[in-house]
Write a protein that binds this ligand. Structure first.
Ligand code: FES
Length: 316
């Protein structure tokens, strides 16, 4: 963890601002890899994750972009309404769960809306190393496409295809993926429906899971809540038992009871709350574990996942 100062705040698109975060006590900030994100500890007590959206070769400052979510869960609204140039924030070390694959001969990047942020960092890294790549960027319009001006006035423009929905331009992921070879890897970031669409197209065409990479923004921990069933939760270390109602997450039940559980995103994305499963069958709702890890049922994200069995025992 370290403190940084906000040294620039600029509009990047409708309802999107970028922030430059600069070191206070040292000349540079820690190195990072393209696709990494940091935790921001906000002045209202919330912790939110934002991707670093600039080239990893430049780590004197960090740059992030924040879209004002409507409705906001409190993070983006606080940043848009309260955060000023000169303010000091605490951030985590960069973390990366969204890597460029070293073995790929060609990289196909898909960005939906504000999902451009980690992909912009990847695209810049690939451009700087003369790697083979293409970027497909979908937004409602140029005014709503963050970094549009920057991208169209740099070397990225030769690698980027824009799709503006309000102008009737829609991504045809089937067509894009059908042109790729077996040595291409794909990377996608954006809303869940966008990711599902691109992955479904790839799987239909027989892409192996190892060539598919995604970063999710704004997972909805209440997804499928109409299907939720209450279940019994046992904590192996303390011996406590709780009932998790259909309308509450495991994390909410534990925090209400005063159980000390580390957490951050509350969206099943960051992995901070991970714990081991000792008995019962989890209903994985997270976007952190791989499909193989979920299938093994050894670990569990209490901020969003539930139980398929009537009871679940976890290592807390
Ligand atoms: S708090 Fe981030 S995955 Fe649970």
């Amino acid at each position: 963890m370290q403190q940084v100062k906000v040294t620039a705040r600029q509009p990047q698109a409708h309802n999107v601002i970028s922030l430059t975060l600069s070191p206070i006590d040292q000349p540079t900030l820690p190195n990072f890899q393209a696709g990494a994100h940091i935790d921001l500890h906000l002045g209202n007590g919330l912790i939110r994750q934002y991707s670093l959206c600039h080239s990893p070769s430049s780590h004197h400052d960090y740059q992030i972009a924040v879209k004002l979510e409507q409705p906001s869960r409190g993070g983006s609204a606080w940043i848009h309404d309260q955060l000023k140039v000169g303010d000091v924030l605490t951030i985590s070390e960069p973390k990366n769960v969204f890597h460029l694959a070293d073995e790929a001969k060609h990289h196909v990047l898909f960005a939906g809306g504000i999902g451009i942020t980690p992909l912009l960092s990847m695209a810049q890294a690939l451009l700087e190393t003369d790697a083979s790549f293409e970027l497909h960027y979908s937004a409602q319009s140029p005014d709503e496409a963050a970094f549009y001006q920057e991208m169209t006035s740099s070397g990225l423009q030769h690698h980027t295809q824009f799709y503006f929905n309000r102008e009737g331009q829609c991504l045809d992921a089937h067509a894009v993926l059908a042109q790729q070879s077996q040595t291409s890897n794909l990377y996608v970031c954006g809303p869940q429906g966008y990711i599902d669409y691109v992955f479904e197209c790839a799987r239909t065409q027989g892409w192996e899971e190892s060539r598919l990479h995604r970063e999710l923004f704004h997972a909805d921990p209440c997804a499928n809540s109409s299907d939720n069933q209450p279940f019994e939760l046992h904590l192996a270390n303390t011996g406590q038992t709780f009932t998790v109602p259909a309308h509450s997450t495991v994390l909410e039940v534990l925090l209400d009871a005063g159980v000390d559980v580390p957490f951050s995103c509350e969206e099943g994305v960051c992995g901070t709350c991970i714990t081991r499963v000792l008995a019962g069958e989890p209903d994985h709702r997270d976007h952190y574990l791989t499909p193989q890890e979920q299938a093994s049922n050894q670990e569990f994200l209490p901020c969003c996942s539930r139980a398929k069995s009537a009871s679940l025992t976890i290592e807390l």
